[in-house]
Design a protein around this ligand. Structure first.
Ligand SMILES: [Zn+2]
Length: 110
């Protein structure tokens, strides 16, 4: 995936469109430090999704391992960061992108 070095984006702190430097970061993991992160069971429970009877499509038991487990993945989830040139604050996109590699300008991040 190719990205430009700099883009114009809305900065919530400056409350206007400013030039942002594009960078990459690893996707934050679902863990004990961030129990209410996206896709976590705690967050789903707080929403009232994972309660009552039935599997609700996602939360039920899985079939035999060979039926759903695939080979190892060849791509990684990469989060894209935007750093505001005026206030130097970093904003991340809300959902990380799955890509083999990301090219920013000429720099390549894997
Ligand atoms: Zn800003």
């Amino acid at each position: 995936m190719k990205l430009p070095k700099e883009t114009k984006r809305y900065c919530p702190k400056c409350r206007k469109h400013t030039t942002h430097k594009v960078g990459t970061a690893k996707q934050k993991a679902r863990g004990a430090t961030r129990p209410l992160s996206r896709g976590s069971t705690m967050r789903a429970k707080a929403r009232g999704v994972r309660s009552g009877s039935g599997s609700h499509g996602k939360w039920g038991s899985k079939p035999a391992v060979a039926k759903w487990k695939r080979k190892t993945k060849t791509t990684k989830r990469i989060a894209i960061e935007y750093k505001c040139n005026e206030c130097k604050k970093v904003h991340q996109i809300s959902k990380a992108i799955r890509a083999g590699r990301i090219e920013i300008g000429e720099k390549v991040a894997k």
